[in-house]
Design a protein around this ligand. Sequence first.
Ligand code: NAP
Ligand code: MG
Length: 485
Amino acid sequence: MKLPPFASQVFINGKWRRPASGQYLPIENPSNGEVIGKIAASDESDVDAAVASARNALNGEWGKMAAADRGRLLSQIGLAVADQVDSLAEIEAMDVGKPLTQARADAVALARYLEFYGGCADKFHGETIPYLNDYTVYTLREPHGVTGHIIPWNYPMQIIGRSVVAALATGNAAVLKPAEDACLTALMFAQIAADAGLPAGALNVVPGSGALAGSALSAHDGVNHISFTGSTEVGVAVQAAAAKHIAPVTLELGGKSPQLVFDDADLDAALPFLLRAGVQNAGQTCSAGSRVLVQRGVYQQVVGMLAEKFNQLRVGPAIDDLDLGPLISSRQKGKVLQFIEHGKRSGLSVAAEGTILEGAPADGHYVAPILFADVAPDHDLAQQEVFGPVVVVIPFDTEEQAVKIANGASYGLVAGVWTRDGARQMRLARSIKAGQVFINNYGAGGGVELPFGGVGRSGHGREKGFEALYGFTTLKTVAAFHGKG
Ligand code: NAP
Ligand code: MG
């Protein structure tokens, strides 16, 4: 598979250029550990240029574009992305290690975000406010200006869709810092958007490390809003840097999302969701349903059903399109294996383990998915985000106890509730601390229409859905005195 010709460049003001430093970082294929090229290591001066280019765009053609034209353009970019789903998926599979089907789903989701936010651009507006009779008061929804987007490697295309595309729909000009392990589809998206007519400077991409490019972007006083998706630790640093110039920040951070299975649940319906929520994208999903809480009456049955499925899971190169691909890097593999070791050494019972394909390249970052049963709610594996294919099952007796366990982790991103009892569904939807609660389904990452985000250590602010448009705009109140006439 050939890399795009601009793979090692930065994208500023509608043009490809070399990084100012002349420095590069390797592109690795996680399925076999091979270095297949290099990306630009952008630094402070590239970020400066990107922010200046975004500012120019706001003062130029992009800033002057009518909302309907902006929306139409985004929809057209969506069609262009849809045309290139296969090549985007192939590149993503190679760069990030996603099984092809999952990479393809991400590309399809990006096209859908463009369709959705393209449609929103001219339907989002302020209000009139009744005030004194000799006044007319109304609100304007205005773009922040230059928005910075720092994103992780796990779902690059989907996160570009929900973050960058929503920012563009509301008239911001964006600077995107993709994760150094997953830059290629971000660069391809920039080219597709430019080819479809996105004015120069509306979107700039500065690949490179978090330490250099990411911190330069979050500390830049020309950036008016930061959308950060990634780990809680880095989120704290980004928010602190942005605080120095009072830039608002949206933080989409980690999770330890619970799925609550009650005695009266439809277990056959729940099973595929329980499984997928845990191991989709090899568990490298912020909203992975990695804590399965099961009521005592069906506990053994659910563990048995899940274990049978887990034992059948197969792991291998992205191109083989099995259930799971490799993890993103040897570092991530090391982290996940340490968690698994810790679980085993502390005496947790291994209910099931998947299989790594025989002959999978030795230098690929493969980890067999593992299911731990009978885990105490305060065990490290039930509290900390593993970000790998590790699922823990925790028994409970009463609804009250289930809620306490569900709310007993410091994160609060997503939760799943499996019960046929309608009143219980409503009670739990209220009492569980999370940004999303799914009842008798679970959508890790799914649904562009559904507002998404966290509470607690999972972050703040909402992306996705119409709600995201509020986050990417600021409100101006206009109070006009005109007398009684
Ligand atoms: P990460 O290490 O926090 O990295 C996220 C992004 O921040 C990357 O682009 C990274 O750059 C950059 N970065 C690193 N240090 C930085 C700094 N000092 N200043 C500014 N930017 C910096 O997270 P990750 O390991 O890539 O992703 C996994 C985490 O993301 C998990 O915790 C997961 O739950 C979370 N996540 C959350 C959501 C959500 O929607 N809530 C979605 C996906 C992932 P480099 O990688 O290039 O160094
Ligand atoms: Mg890579």
